[in-house]
Each structure stands twice: as structure tokens, then as C-alpha cells.
Design a protein around this ligand. Structure first.
Ligand code: ZN
Length: 117
């Protein structure tokens, strides 16, 4: 099983960066977790948000957030709508299910004596 995050949305914040104090570098990125296996791909409700400053090119971890940043992020989080949960079977799974169907049908026909090998 393979977990990955896809980027959903970027919000620009006007707050001071805690590292370089620039007011036009902070970007809040929302990502959503995807679980992928050989047979299916599912979008989960697991959302993460990460703050990054593009001016000083630094990830701003929650310990560095000021009260203002925390407040605005709380607000942005509330306004954010995640992608709805979804679950998709991959083509290989469909092929497998169809083959299984045909085998079951053949089995029934053989058992009923409709066809003979
Ligand atoms: Zn910065």
C-alpha cells in the first residue's frame, strides 16, 4: 500500500514570516492523503496543511507560528473544502472481476450440463 499526498489548494497569507519578517512570502498549502494499491486508489479525508515562506524558502512548522498566524490558519482551515472521499477500482481489478464472473458462469453451465468439455 502506498500513501501519498496530493496538493489541493494554496492560500497566500499577509502575515510576517517568523524567519525573515517578509509580509509577502507565506503560503499555506493544503494536501489530501491518497491511498493507492495495485487494485484501487482512494482519496481519504485526511488533510494536512503546511506553511512555507517563498521569500526565505523555509518551512514554517507549527512551533514557529505566531498567534496571528495561528488564528488566520484556523480560519483558512475552516473555509477549506476537501475533495470528497472517493474510491476507484483500477482496470486490473475490473478485468479480474469480469474473468471471475465468466468462470462462475462457465462453472454453472458445466454443472447444469448445458455445455460439455
Ligand atoms: Zn520568510
Amino acid at each position: 500500500m502506498n500513501n501519498s499526498y496530493i496538493h489541493i489548494q494554496t492560500e497566500t497569507l499577509n502575515n510576517n514570516c517568523p524567519e525573515c519578517f517578509s509580509t509577502d512570502g507565506l503560503q499555506l498549502n493544503f494536501s489530501q492523503k491518497i491511498t493507492e494499491t495495485r487494485f484501487y486508489k482512494a482519496v481519504t479525508n485526511d488533510v494536512i496543511c503546511e506553511l512555507r515562506c517563498k521569500v526565505c524558502d523555509t518551512d514554517i512548522f507549527p512551533v514557529r507560528w505566531t498567534d496571528d498566524i495561528e488564528r488566520i490558519i484556523g480560519y483558512k482551515k475552516k473555509a477549506f473544502t476537501p475533495k470528497s472521499k472517493s474510491f476507484k477500482l483500477k482496470r486490473i481489478t475490473w478485468i479480474f472481476l469480469i474473468i471471475l464472473d465468466i468462470l462462475v458462469l462457465l462453472g454453472i453451465l458445466l454443472a447444469a450440463g448445458v455445455i460439455k468439455i
